[in-house]
Ligand binder design. Structure first.
Ligand code: NDP
Length: 272
């Protein structure tokens, strides 16, 4: 029996990428999973993967079509999960993106509308979900894992809105960890480096452009020489969410980036 047997886990942004792999891993480890996102077709694929991972038990997977930037939807995500499964043990705040759909960044002239959306999606929505979830997490002594980014502490050119939003996510994590410690609730972040998902597609990047980025940006700048995988992020999230293994870990930003954020450009060869 694994730690997650009988536990109830919500994964936002479970329709693709890191969220999908995370939901599948929790299901495989015995949890009942509520999976959320806006895209019903993609969520159906995740639902099938989770059902299979749960040994074919469809009752252990619940789909909630929801947009986390809308408060009525964040309320519904928590209420529906507790109605369906009777409790809440883990909230994984994973939904995120670097821009607003249909409004691509144009460097310094990007509209403030994009700022509002990116802040809402990557920071404000976490507060909305946390507020609804905390009364239930108090009962189970559960925990929260947020998917932040190395963008929370590194500056990426032209990435002000996303970097600011993830920095807010990191600060929220630290403060909430202190505020909720007395309730027995832990709060932690995972800060991934580059991971090959639909994240870059949402910014309009083609598969060919992703290949080029991997070869010319990630490989030379990441000590482990490659992007991470969604599955590698999922195992870190599951570690943070495990009240046995990570019981003394709270308020942390666990960087999972193959060394990307600690590397520096090579020293120039000195002319003799
Ligand atoms: P994906 O684009 O593959 O997944 C993003 C998920 O978020 C999708 O399931 C999407 O579902 C959901 N989502 C986006 N907007 C909304 C919304 N308004 N309401 C509800 N759900 C939404 O990318 P990743 O898996 O890579 O991203 C997951 C997290 O990881 C994000 O927080 C991202 O910032 C972070 N991250 C990613 C990195 C990377 O290189 N990939 C690096 C560092 C951090 P749907 O479209 O169905 O709504």
């Amino acid at each position: 029996m694994t730690y997650f047997e009988g536990k109830v886990v919500i994964v936002t942004g479970a329709s693709t990428g890191i969220g999908r792999a995370t939901a599948e891993l929790f299901a495989q480890r015995g949890a009942k999973v509520a999976i959320t996102g806006r895209n019903a077709e993609s969520l159906e694929i995740t639902r099938q993967l989770c059902e299979k991972a749960a040994g074919g038990n469809a009752e252990k997977v619940h789909v909630i079509i929801a947009d986390v930037t809308k408060e009525e939807d964040t309320k519904r995500i928590i209420a529906e999960t507790v109605n369906k499964f009777g409790q809440l043990d883990v909230l994984v705040n994973n939904a995120g993106a670097a821009t607003k759909p249909g409004l691509q960044d144009s460097h310094y002239s990007r509209p403030l509308e994009v700022f509002d959306y990116v802040m809402n999606l990557n920071a404000r929505s976490l507060i909305a979900l946390d507020q609804e979830a905390i009364p239930h997490l108090k009962k189970t002594k559960g925990n929260i894992v947020n998917v932040s980014s190395v963008a929370g502490f590194k500056a990426f050119p032209h990435g002000a809105y996303y970097c600011m939003a993830k920095a807010a996510n990191d600060q929220l994590n630290r403060i909430l960890a202190i505020d909720l410690a007395k309730e027995g609730i832990r709060v932690n972040n995972i800060n991934p480096g580059p991971v090959r998902t639909e994240f870059a597609s949402a910014m309009g990047m083609s598969d060919a452009a992703k290949d080029w980025m991997e070869e010319n940006y990630v490989k030379p700048n990441c000590p482990l020489g490659r992007s991470g995988t969604s599955e590698e992020m999922a195992t870190v999230i599951a570690f943070l969410a495990n009240n046995d293994e990570a019981r003394f870990v709270t308020g942390q930003m666990l960087v999972a980036d193959g060394g990307f954020s600690i590397s520096s450009p090579p020293l120039p060869t000195q002319a003799s």
